[in-house]
Write a protein that binds this ligand. Structure first.
Ligand code: BMA
Length: 323
């Protein structure tokens, strides 16, 4: 992957104040991304000096120069949730049924849950509900029904990094009839101990290619003393039955190297969360030569973008296996 020459493409300085909640913000990272009406849209995680996090929208005509809108995303109806919500964060954006669906983490007393929202125009946002019962994160919707059901990948939080939040090492495939009630179908991939991806979670939503569903995920190496190293990797699932994993990279495809990835609020982090495929055929399959833009949080402080192609991502997903 090649980093954009304008990286980091968004820093705290690009975030307009929204008093009283957001002034002189601390950080902007982990963006969801989608292309709509030829425009690039991001939903950013913005953190205030109170360490509260909020979601904000950024828009661009070229995918590199973004303007952040001076508003906090409000999901209409979220106020009806009885339990206290501390933070909403790490939005993943999926075009589905003509709308944009947004799956995001909700930090609550019952643990981290997955919320679902919907927008059509990036102005009004609707809250559809909480879609989980257990501590879970990194929920990512497939962009179409498969076998008559909606599918998503998610990552139950069954572990805890020393001094850190609850986390997990298996990405699951789950299915639903209504997008709200989800049932686990099968584990997809698990962490590979001693290698780059010991702890894992989904990145952006999967992309349909003629060779299968292509999916970028994040992996954490936890065996380096004080530093947990967050990197990006790629896997491939069967088109008709995504519970069958048919490829997984051996090497990470992006790791912290640039200074803004190595240093910041949480050092050594690239966290891919948005992906735009530029060229898709009439049946909706990504073209092998298509340029791809991957948006990621760097060091939980700024937003980076890196470019590649579908062909190169497929080649990485077909590397010889580690285990
Ligand atoms: C993960 C999530 C991400 C965060 C990353 C690095 O567990 O909480 O939101 O970017 O850690 O701190």
């Amino acid at each position: 992957m090649e980093r954009c020459s304008r990286n980091p493409i968004l820093t705290r300085k690009a975030v307009p104040p929204v008093p009283p909640l957001l002034t002189d913000v601390t950080s902007v990272f982990n963006p969801g991304a989608v292309m709509q009406h030829n425009g690039y849209h991001l939903i950013l995680r913005v953190q205030a000096r109170s360490r509260e996090t909020f979601l904000m929208v950024a828009e661009s005509a070229d995918g590199a120069n973004f303007v952040v809108k001076p508003e906090i995303v409000h999901f209409e109806g979220i106020e009806k949730v009885k339990e206290r919500i501390y933070h909403v964060y790490d939005a993943r954006l999926t075009p589905l049924k003509g709308d944009i669906y947004i799956m995001f983490a909700m930090e609550m007393d019952s643990g981290c849950q997955l919320g679902l929202g919907r927008t059509r125009d990036f102005k009004k946002f609707e809250f559809l509900g909480i879609t989980s019962h257990e501590d879970i994160r990194n929920g990512v919707l497939f962009p179409e029904k498969i076998g008559g059901r909606y599918l998503r990948m998610d990552r139950p939080n069954k572990a805890r990094l020393e001094g850190g939040p609850t986390t997990g090492s298996t990405i699951w495939l789950s299915a639903s009839d209504d997008l709200i009630r989800w049932t686990p179908v099968a584990p997809l991939i698990s962490g590979r101990f001693h290698y780059w991806d010991e702890i894992i979670g989904s990145g952006p939503p999967p992309v349909k290619t003629r060779e299968g569903w292509l999916h970028i995920y994040h992996g954490v190496a936890t065996h380096f003393g004080s530093a947990n190293i967050y990197q990006a990797g790629v896997m491939l699932m069967d088109l008709k039955d995504p519970s069958k994993v048919i490829g997984r990279c051996r090497h990470n495809i992006l790791e912290p190297r640039a200074i803004y990835e190595l240093a910041g609020q949480v050092p050594n982090v690239v966290f891919p969360s948005g992906m735009i495929v530029e060229k898709v055929d009439q049946a909706g399959f990504a073209l092998p030569a298509s340029p791809v833009k991957v948006y990621y949080g760097a060091a939980d402080t700024v937003v980076g973008m890196a470019e590649t192609t579908i062909k190169d991502l497929l080649a990485a997903a077909k590397e010889p296996p580690i285990l």
